[in-house]
Design a protein around this ligand. Structure first.
Ligand code: GLN
Length: 193
């Protein structure tokens, strides 16, 4: 029997519980990551949505940045959703927070402004069959990517909302509250490669 993927969810702030629930319904062992040793033997790690300044402050306070980088270097996959994407970007158009520079992309926070700061839509996602349901909540977008980064999904043709570089995935939206499991299945598969 093939061993289940062990996927951690960084549980410092934000909607980590929804990711854990989603993973538990799929073929993965979900691990709530609250301390460094919870990162041992993970195939993948999710940094959830929430408030990126708060998440990054807690990453700094509990000294998670270097150990996450080490684990990624050793082959752990990583997925940042919404605030999580902000935390893993190389560069932000805002001064705060200081991102961890794990994916070669520039990201802008709160892109959709106040009027439509939350919405739901169906999107095409490279590598996934059929549409996916995506929930955007005060979401960021990706402004620029390097040639090492693959664009997986766009909104209105040119607004980039999902990217991948090697085993690092970033999405502007929240698949964990969409009721659709496709992007989690995609990440579980990526984590087992
Ligand atoms: N706007 C939030 C931030 O900048 C992200 C929102 C989210 O994760 N849903 O951190």
């Amino acid at each position: 029997m093939v061993a289940k993927a062990r996927i951690g969810v960084l549980a410092l702030q934000g909607d980590f519980a929804e990711h854990i629930e989603m993973l538990e319904n799929l073929s993965a062992k979900a691990v709530k990551v609250k301390k460094h040793s919870d990162l041992n033997k993970l195939d993948g790690l999710i940094i959830p949505g929430g408030e990126s300044t708060a998440i990054k402050k807690l990453i700094d306070r509990y000294d998670f940045e270097n150990i996450i980088k080490e684990k990624v270097r050793d082959g752990m996959s990583l997925w940042g959703t919404c605030a999580g994407l902000i935390c893993i970007a190389n560069k932000l158009t805002e001064d705060d927070p200081k991102p961890m520079k794990l994916i070669d992309a520039e990201v802008s926070r709160n892109w959709f402004g106040r009027q439509i700061d939350s919405f739901e839509t169906n999107l095409k996602f490279k590598g996934i069959k059929g549409d996916i349901k995506a929930v955007f909540i005060r979401a960021p977008i990706v402004n620029k990517v390097s040639s090492d980064v693959e664009v997986l999904s766009t909104l209105d043709e040119d607004t980039i909302v999902a990217i991948k570089q090697d085993k690092i995935l970033g999405t502007s939206f929240h698949p964990e509250i969409s009721g659709s499991t496709k992007v989690h299945e995609y990440f579980i598969k990526l984590s087992k490669t």
